[in-house]
Design a protein around this ligand. Structure first.
Ligand SMILES: Nc1ncnc2c1ncn2[C@@H]1O[C@H](COP(=O)(O)OP(=O)(O)OP(=O)(O)O)[C@@H](O)[C@H]1O
Ligand SMILES: [Mg+2]
Length: 224
């Protein structure tokens, strides 16, 4: 379970001070699919990064399965990030000189763990990347690149998948495919899935929609 308690995030000081999150509390159950919507600059990415152990809150606490993640030492926090969190971004963030397999297995390699070949093959097939294993990112379409970045996020079988506008750079057909894949992995691997989106149709695929404005949660609606 993810528990965010009275989290605030303030960037900068003096005239440059920005309150990105203002006393945000929320709970997300394991296996839930939650979408986060809100205007540009409202704090969506900041909240996602704080849940994923990437950005430290100025105030408040984040518990993942009862562990206060920011009370851990830097090393344990890094291990949590690598093993329990899968991050997916709008612009894929693939390494240009690594092929599909190398990009997908990079987090496992960094973690000095053996590659689970069965999982790798399962993901390659699930993501429709068979025959593309040795291609470099610039030899792939946008949709394919995004599927590689999803594969990379899922290789470690993370408990939490965080996607920041994963379809923001894709046409409607690719968007639909990517969202179906994320939803499938949420159901199949029982992963908690949190998706930031500006697309109402995507938001409506979730179990719950959280709306953020000015660093505050203004709505938190269970839709199914
Ligand atoms: N590293 C940073 N330094 C200073 N201010 C920041 C930093 N990161 C974010 N902010 C500010 O915090 C606020 C929230 O930013 P955030 O990226 O969370 O918004 P967002 O809801 O994801 O917006 P968008 O939809 O445009 O991606 C914004 O006003 C932004 O300018
Ligand atoms: Mg953002």
């Amino acid at each position: 379970m993810i528990k965010v308690e009275h989290v605030s995030k303030i960037y900068g000081t003096g005239n440059n001070k920005v309150v990105a999150l203002n006393d945000v509390s929320l709970t997300i159950d394991n296996g839930e699919f939650v979408s986060i919507i809100g205007p540009s600059g409202s704090g969506k990415s900041t909240l996602m990064h704080i849940i994923g152990g990437v950005d430290t809150p100025t105030d408040g606490k984040v518990y993942i399965n009862n562990t206060d993640i920011y009370a851990q030492n830097e090393n344990d926090l890094a291990v949590f990030r690598r093993r329990e969190v899968g991050l997916i971004y709008q612009f894929y963030n693939l390494i240009p000189i690594l092929n599909v397999i190398e990009n997908m297995t990079l987090p496992v390699q960094i973690d000095h763990r053996p590659i689970n070949e069965d999982r790798l093959n399962e993901l390659i097939t699930l993501l429709g990347l068979k025959g593309r294993e040795n291609h470099l990112p610039n030899q792939l379409s946008g949709g394919q690149q995004q599927r590689v970045s999803i594969g990379r996020a899922l290789m470690n079988a993370p408990a939490i998948v965080l996607a920041d506008e994963p379809t923001g750079n894709l046409d409607s057909q690719n968007s639909c495919e990517i969202m179906n894949l994320l939803k499938l992995s949420n159901q199949k691997y029982k992963q908690t899935l949190i998706v930031i989106t500006h697309d109402e149709n995507i938001a409506l695929m979730a179990n719950r929609i959280i709306s953020i404005e000015d660093g505050k949660i203004i709505r938190n609606e269970v839709i199914r």
